[in-house]
Design a protein around this ligand. Structure first.
Ligand SMILES: NC(=O)c1ccc[n+]([C@@H]2O[C@H](COP(=O)([O-])OP(=O)(O)OC[C@H]3O[C@@H](n4cnc5c(N)ncnc54)[C@H](O)[C@@H]3O)[C@@H](O)[C@H]2O)c1
Length: 330
């Protein structure tokens, strides 16, 4: 049984608490948050204790820590938790600075403790099946990947200001998805961004609509499209063209009813947002982490994977500003 401390009792911390407590091989021992009341409310739901971060890290009975706190705390907490002998699952992104993330990798590696990064979309059954079919050679050699990733509505500008920008905060998931599906990392990235949804996002120095094209050493191409607004719901699709066919993972809909009348054919909207779409993926992600720690298997998503996605986000941010293609340095 894996004894777990949860750091961060916000939006995603609450999702992880359900899965830690619900998994047969893990138990939620303690919750910590800089707002003690948030930790107390969440801990009470699962019969866990509310504690300080230090008290969680210094408890020799706690085997693993799930870091679901704000992005600017991730590197520091990964270092502190691994130094304290804990296995770690940390939410994306590793950091907003690539340099800081690389220093974190070095420090964590010295402890020998396993670290997984929470790229939950790898555990979505649709994307998992697409990847498996491609890896099995079912469409020949991969040639052109297209990822569509639109949020239903933009977050408040106060969030945008501390998010690190669309490429680090939002497209980071798609960079990792490209690495996962392609089994390869691009050498060059070209990005175009615009603040067409909300001019205030532009005034805050960010974009809300962006397209990235990526090229690979062997000539493959990937395209990622992001928008902070899709009025019909959370649009999450992946399409991979290969030398012998096409794979497409479509949206999950609110229900499967299709209405056909003289007016036309209509189906339900995509599920509203990430909590609705990816709830099963978060559970599978946690299951994979628990299995890796308890069975001593390699982590299915590593700190290096987190750093690769961050390097791509930095290159895209630079390219959107300069208008030039940027070579990615990992
Ligand atoms: N994988 C995903 O799908 C996904 C989805 C949402 C958020 N996230 C990531 O998860 C992280 C949290 O996002 P959120 O939406 O839950 O934010 P949130 O603001 O709702 O929650 C963050 C919580 O962390 C607490 N916190 C801040 N500093 C702390 C510290 N030093 N120690 C302990 N607790 C601390 C805050 O008080 C807050 O309660 C972000 O890095 C975000 O990028 C990932």
């Amino acid at each position: 049984m894996l004894k777990v401390g949860l750091l961060g009792a916000g939006r995603i911390g609450q999702v992880h608490a359900v899965n830690i407590a619900g998994n047969l091989r893990s138990t939620l021992v303690a919750v910590a948050d800089v707002y003690p009341e948030a930790a107390e409310i969440l801990a009470a739901k699962y019969g866990a204790e509310a504690r300080s971060v230090n008290d969680v890290l210094n408890d020799p009975d706690i085997d693993a820590v799930l870091i679901a706190s704000s992005t600017d705390t991730h590197s520091d907490l990964i270092e502190a938790a691994t130094a304290a002998g804990k296995a770690v699952l940390c939410e994306k992104p590793v950091d907003l600075s690539l340099e800081r993330a690389k220093a974190c990798l070095e420090a964590a590696a010295q402890t020998g403790k396993p670290v997984m990064i929470g790229f939950n979309r790898r555990f979505d059954p649709n994307f998992g099946a697409l990847k498996a079919a491609s890896a099995a050679g079912e469409i020949g050699k991969a040639e052109l990947l297209s990822i569509t990733s639109f949020d239903p509505a933009p977050p408040p500008v106060s969030y945008i200001k501390v998010s690190g920008g669309l490429f680090r905060d939002m497209m980071i998931h798609d960079f990792d998805m490209a690495n996962f599906v392609m089994g390869d990392r691009p050498v060059s990235i070209r990005a175009v961004g615009s603040s067409i949804v909300d001019p205030e996002i532009g005034e805050a120095g960010d974009v809300d609509t962006a397209v990235v094209t990526m090229t690979y050493a062997d000539g493959k191409i990937a395209v990622i499209k992001n928008s902070r607004r899709a009025v019909y719901g959370y649009d999450q699709r992946v399409e991979l063209l290969g030398s012998e066919g096409l794979l497409q993972a479509e949206n999950m809909l609110e229900n499967t009813v299709v209405k056909s009348t003289t007016a036309g054919v209509a189906s339900a909207k995509p599920t509203y947002f990430f909590l609705e779409r990816y709830m099963p993926a978060y559970a599978v992600e946690w299951e994979a982490f628990v299995a890796a720690v308890l069975d001593g298997a390699p982590m299915p998503v590593t700190l290096e994977d987190g750093i690769a996605a961050l390097a791509m986000a930095e290159a895209a941010t630079e390219s959107a500003k300069s208008g030039q293609a940027v070579e990615v340095t990992y």
